[in-house]
Ligand binder design. Structure first.
Ligand SMILES: CC(C)(COP(=O)(O)OP(=O)(O)OC[C@H]1O[C@@H](n2cnc3c(N)ncnc32)[C@H](O)[C@@H]1OP(=O)(O)O)[C@@H](O)C(=O)NCCC(=O)NCCS
Length: 153
């Protein structure tokens, strides 16, 4: 079988359906199609997908001044553990370094050990816990990665 080339690229509105499909199968408090569409229209939100002809995973972030917050990240269940999440984070870090972002923040459910381990391996550190952050009462772990800017002055 021919291997299809996998790449990370900027998402377009044509990708929202595929993103939503993965989101609702991966995230407990998943964003609706409408929420994703609204975010896509905002200038400070950026979405990337990893695809090999079909969308395998995505990352969505919000940039506020020199801070980036990861709003959504997920990989299609059958495609996890193949490095796709890592490629998405790597692309984000490069994007942030070129755009004078000094830190990346995210929140993750305390019970989501897979994601917490994944983020730690990608140089995120736990900075605090937000008690009962989620609507079902679960605590959120807030994680941060500080960046050195590579932007040209
Ligand atoms: C967190 C998530 C995005 C990581 O994506 P991924 O493509 O599986 O990540 P990677 O393959 O780059 O890394 C996963 C690691 O777990 C290991 N792993 C092995 N099998 C795995 C599997 N079936 N599922 C997940 N991870 C697996 C991989 O070997 C890898 O470790 P390594 O970097 O030491 O090799 C993915 O697990 C996911 O979509 N989770 C559900 C959504 C979610 O929780 N998002 C975060 C909300 S804050």
């Amino acid at each position: 079988m021919m291997m299809r080339e996998r790449k990370v690229r900027k998402a377009t509105t044509n990708d929202i359906n595929s993103i939503h499909e993965i989101e609702k199968n991966s995230i407990k408090s998943a964003w609706s199609f409408e929420q994703l569409k609204t975010a896509f229209l905002q200038e400070n939100y950026h979405f990337c997908v990893c695809d090999d002809g079909e969308v395998l995973g995505y990352i969505g972030v919000k940039i506020t001044f020199d801070e980036c917050e990861i709003m959504n990240i997920a990989v299609k269940e059958s495609e996890r553990g193949k490095g796709i999440g890592g490629e998405l984070i790597k692309a984000l870090v490069e994007f942030c370094q070129q755009n004078k972002v000094s830190r990346i923040l995210l929140e993750v459910r305390e019970s989501n050990n897979t994601a917490i381990t994944f983020y730690k391996r990608h140089e995120f550190h736990e900075i605090f816990k937000r008690k009962k952050y989620y609507s079902d009462g679960e605590d959120a772990v807030i994680m941060e990665q500080k960046l050195v800017s590579l932007a040209q002055e």
